[in-house]
Design a protein around this ligand. Structure first.
Ligand code: RP5
Length: 164
């Protein structure tokens, strides 16, 4: 065991943070520590290799990787670590994230990337999936995840209202 954060949130660019912050916020709501880092598969190749090859030894259990456009980051990371990698397609300007989604989801058999929805929903759900993985071996996280879902259910009104 180490006292390192169990979740790494990596992203290809500062411009991805607006989306990936939703994963960070969700982990914070669940009181799960994380490290957030900018690692570009194109612009910072050595940083990517060092991170991905060392992630398990650093104590990470799950990696959330967000990228946009020709989004190699999740797949390249998954190729260099045995840890589970969840990919978040960031909504691109040119193709609204269709490019990001297809780049991340179409991994050839052998190197899996668990691919989420484009944008904020994907980032939130990547954090919830990371929490679910950790909850398999951590009762406290399991309890907090149950409570998070209960709060979500309780927040849904049974009947629609006119403009609030
Ligand atoms: C990708 O290129 C990043 O993940 C980002 O979504 C996209 C655009 O990057 P910037 O030009 O905003 O740095 O590598």
């Amino acid at each position: 065991m180490t006292d390192r954060p169990p979740v790494a949130i990596i992203m290809g660019s500062q411009s991805d943070w607006e989306t990936m912050k939703n994963a960070a916020d969700t982990l914070e709501a669940l009181e799960i520590p994380y490290d957030a880092r900018i690692i570009s598969a194109h612009r910072t190749v050595d940083r990517l290799v060092n991170f991905a090859k060392g992630a398990r030894a650093e104590g990470f259990k799950v990696i959330i990787a967000g990228a946009g456009g020709a989004a190699h980051l999740p797949g390249m990371t998954a190729a260099m670590t045995p840890l589970p990698v969840f990919g978040v397609p960031v909504q691109s300007k040119a193709l609204s994230g269709q490019d990001s989604l297809l780049s991340i989801v179409q991994m050839p058999a052998g190197i899996p990337v668990g691919t989420l929805a484009i944008g904020k929903a994907g980032a939130v759900n990547a954090a919830l999936l990371a929490a679910a993985v950790l909850a398999l071996s951590d009762e406290e996280i399991a309890d907090r995840l149950d409570e998070w879902r209960e709060r979500q259910s309780a927040a849904v009104a049974e009947y629609p209202m006119d403009d609030l």
